[in-house]
Design a protein. Sequence first.
Length: 215
Amino acid sequence: MAPSKHDLRAIASALPSLAPNGLVIGVDEAGRGPLAGPVVAGAVVLGTTMPAGLNDSKKLTARARARLEKAIHADCRWALGLADVAEIDRLNIFGATMLAMTRAVAALVTLCDEPVSLVLVDGKQTPAGRSPGWMWPARAIVGGDASEPAISAASIVAKEHRDRLMREAALLHPQFGWERNAGYGTAEHMAALREHGPTPLHRRSFAPVAQMLLV
């Protein structure tokens, strides 16, 4: 007996990569917490060969992330979306994250030119109804960056790309140690912020930076 529509929906929910009606895209972001730099979102459709060792990017070593990024680039379809510091300060970090995710998925959909069955988003909320331009069915998965391979892959490409951006930014502003802290508020970063003040890449809507502007 052929499976019913209800059975197909259940299979798609349990095993998203088998969804029958289009692409299943994993989405995650990197850079919500730092005091400086953009927030970057990754969007990934897994290929037929899943890269071995996928996991939450924060749980992987730098060497493992670099290896997996190469495998994802080679074996999967992927895209990135970015919201810059001005957008973070204008929208707040949540709104900017939703915007970056929307841009990542839109870029990937354009690249693939196929219908979308489901977008799996790490966290408690999706951009649906929260970001203009979002038009795809979505499901939020708490801890999805560790449990859903497509989201894990998205977290890896997002973090690797953002870390590269911050290493490049560190060449212009070497006093903040961004090549080591990626813009997070480490003791090194905070000490440099107190001594030198904010740069154009600092998020002025974030309290530690805003407080420096008042001194």
